[in-house]
Ligand binder design. Structure first.
Ligand code: HEC
Ligand code: HEC
Ligand code: HEC
Ligand code: HEC
Ligand code: HEC
Ligand code: HEC
Length: 494
């Protein structure tokens, strides 16, 4: 029998050596783990970018390495046969003869080895999948980079929701997008190329319909929520001043309650579109409303002369108000007020509100620097006062949970759009400047009881005098004229 007769067979013959066979086993297991990972991934409710590394790089990498090994084996075999021919010896490819005990043993080892290898690959793939899926991986694998988002997330109402549930969501398209950006993120972290702070808003964040609304049903009627905002003034006595509001959250779907209130904006019956002209979506000069009957109303501020389509139109969704559902960087005044209301910072320390806010507003090199300076400054301000010790601990805790000097992340960088005190928030549109072309209609603005009913305000007995129709706000800071709240209230020292 001459090998030249059947070229295909002779070519395949070359792979009949142990090296090539091992290579092929490796290749098969690479392919196998690729398929397995893809299946697990497509079945999982929420995907994860780092899985891309495993599924699309590591597994195919193993597959290709295996193939290369097989080819190298074949090439060596080819050389051996060629040499064999040249020296006149018979060129024999690998022959496995099961009647030979040696061959049987060798084949047994080979098959057992391959089986173990495949099993380990399967278990390994499955475990790596779970690991990359975990919050621990998302937040801690890139400890410094994701630190601010992880810490704030752990203190948020969504601390039990996986990062991927909001950042990727279900389905294939976003999954692949996330893979690609995930690879870039791994590269950026490894080579220290990531921006500090991580910019907000996320440009390509998936629309809320496909993330938030997988858990929160947009048709739900919420009705009114009662909230008390306990505040303290910056005077010597740290005079308390609270506001009790009934927030008219309402709902947006007529089958489950009256349509109206704050959640009227939700895209159930209405669609609201807008244009923003700054990076952080804080300046909104143009708004278009399309109601359930299809009636279109356009509002714009007098300064805005551009064509909205050219600037880029965004459809309003949950995240335009709830942009900090998981990463709320508390402003110093908000955090100190809460700590004082809870008694963690004692109100009997004169000027403590003012001092604590001032110290949190200062810039620091790193967390250690901040901890030291907070302790020494406060200790100096209140010498021999035993109340200062717990106050220092609390101010340090506030700092650690809301300030991240290594990433330059804090409340100033990350606006919170839900209200209108420290950020323009609702007043980005509800500021009295947004009018229709005929000037007849303005987006509701000056009516302080449009979005909430001010039930009570002040402190002590005053706070018990409820008025269900709503009181007029008695601003402790005096008359504020036409200014927006956030022109003066910045969250830090004023
Ligand atoms: C409840 C949903 C939700 C969860 C859970 C969540 N995020 Fe976010 N994340 C958001 C939203 C909303 C934004 C802000 C988007 C915007 O304004 O464009 C954001 C922003 C970010 C940003 C950009 C910087 C910033 O603060 O705006 C990073 C980084 C981030 N998240 C990482 C994470 C990590 C890591 C986890 C898990 C530890 C996580 N997120 C969990 C909803 C979520
Ligand atoms: C995987 C499910 C899930 C996803 C996705 C999700 N949430 Fe939630 N959300 C929850 C749960 C559960 C709670 C209730 C937490 C509690 O009360 O213990 C909650 C609470 C809330 C609250 C009330 C917070 C408070 O202060 O009590 C808001 C607002 C909210 N989510 C908005 C959002 C927004 C906006 C998104 C999208 C960026 C989102 N959620 C995505 C599960 C989810
Ligand atoms: C126009 C701004 C706006 C939009 C858009 C919006 N919300 Fe809200 N939502 C609010 C305000 C204001 C509250 C009152 C509570 C607060 O201040 O946190 C609230 C409250 C909530 C609550 C808390 C209810 C509770 O019982 O504590 C949930 C959950 C919620 N919203 C989910 C959503 C979801 C999901 C979407 C998108 C489908 C959405 N919201 C869109 C402004 C908005
Ligand atoms: C992108 C612009 C925009 C933002 C931001 C915005 N709104 Fe609106 N809002 C509108 C428009 C447009 C209307 C409809 C015109 C009107 O009724 O004045 C409206 C109407 C309302 C209404 C009246 C609904 C009804 O019953 O007719 C309430 C209440 C309201 N908004 C609350 C809020 C709150 C609270 C926030 C902040 C958390 C907010 N809005 C943020 C554009 C906006
Ligand atoms: C477009 C809707 C809207 C209008 C109009 C509005 N508010 Fe508010 N206001 C809100 C929302 C939403 C919150 C709750 C923010 C939060 O949950 O943190 C709030 C919170 C407040 C608070 C508590 C602030 C704090 O954190 O200490 C005060 C005080 C207040 N509003 C006063 C006013 C006054 C005075 C006016 C009239 C000039 C007014 N509001 C008009 C939506 C509105
Ligand atoms: C002209 C600047 C200015 C404007 C505009 C302004 N404030 Fe104030 N506000 C002050 C000053 C000053 C104080 C007193 C500060 C202190 O003693 O801590 C104050 C105090 C307050 C307090 C009492 C608790 C605290 O934090 O000191 C609340 C609540 C408050 N303002 C809410 C608002 C709201 C809501 C708006 C918008 C409707 C607003 N302010 C607009 C300057 C302003």
């Amino acid at each position: 029998m001459s090998t030249e007769e059947t070229p295909t067979r002779s070519w395949l013959f070359l792979f009949r050596n142990w090296l090539s066979l091992s290579g092929l086993t490796v290749a098969v297991s690479g392919l196998f783990s690729f398929l397995l990972l893809s299946v697990i991934d497509s079945l999982a409710p929420f995907a994860n970018p780092y899985m891309g590394l495993l599924t699309y790089m590591v597994a195919p990498g193993i597959f290709i390495a295996g193939l290369l090994l097989a080819v190298v084996g074949a090439w060596l075999e080819h050389r051996r046969i060629f040499k064999g021919k040249a020296s006149g010896l018979p060129a024999t490819a690998l022959v496995i003869d099961l009647t030979r005990p040696h061959d049987r043993r060798l084949l047994g080892y080979f098959l057992a080895g391959s089986a173990v290898f495949l099993l380990v690959t399967a278990i390994g793939s499955y475990h790596s999948y779970h690991y990359t899926e975990s919050v621990q991986f998302c937040g801690q694998a890139c400890h410094v980079v994701m630190g601010p988002e992880l810490v704030t997330y752990q203190n948020s109402p969504h601390a039990r929701v996986a990062c991927t549930a909001c950042h990727i969501g279900p389905g294939a398209t976003w999954f692949v997008k996330a893979k690609i950006s995930g690879l870039y993120q791994v590269y950026a972290t490894a080579f220290n190329k990531y921006p500090r702070p991580i910019p907000t808003p996320i440009k390509a964040l998936r629309p809320a319909q496909e993330t938030c609304e997988q858990c929160h049903w947009p048709k739900k009627f919420i009705g009114s929520l009662e909230r008390t905002y306990q505040r303290f003034m910056s005077d010597e006595k740290n005079t308390p001043f609270s506001v009790r509001l009934l927030l008219k959250v309402g709902g947006g779907d007529a089958t489950h309650g009256p349509v109206g209130g704050i959640h009227w904006h939700m895209n159930v019956g209405n669609r609201i579109e807008y244009v923003f002209t700054d990076k952080m979506r804080q300046v909104i000069p143009w708004v278009r409303m399309i109601d359930s009957q299809g009636v279109i109303t356009e509002f714009r501020t007098p300064e805005f002369k551009d064509t909205p389509e050219k600037v880029g139109i965004r459809v309003m969704d949950c995240m335009d108000c709830h942009n900090r559902p998981a990463h709320n960087f508390s402003a110093p005044d908000v955090a100190v007020d809460l700590a004082m209301a809870l008694g963690k910072i004692d109100r009997n320390l004169p000027f403590i509100k003012k001092n604590a806010v001032a110290i949190l507003t200062k810039p620091y090199d790193n967390e250690r620097d901040a901890m030291q300076k907070i302790a020494t400054t406060l200790a100096q301000k209140y010498p021999d006062n035993p109340l200062v010790r717990p106050a220092i601990d609390e101010v340090q805790r506030i700092y650690r949970q809301n300030f991240f000097p290594e990433m330059k992340a804090n409340w100033k960088i990350y606006p919170d759009n839900i209200g209108h005190r420290n950020w323009a928030g609702c007043f980005r549109c509800h500021d009295g400047q947004h009018k229709t072309a005929d000037g007849k209609k303005t987006i509701k603005a000056n009516d302080c009881n449009a979005c909430h009913t001010l039930l009570a305000q002040g402190s002590g007995a005053q706070l018990e005098q409820l008025n269900p129709r709503g009181q007029t706000f008695q601003h402790p800071g005096g008359d504020y004229g036409d200014l927006k709240c956030n022109d003066c209230h910045t969250g830090g020292s004023q």
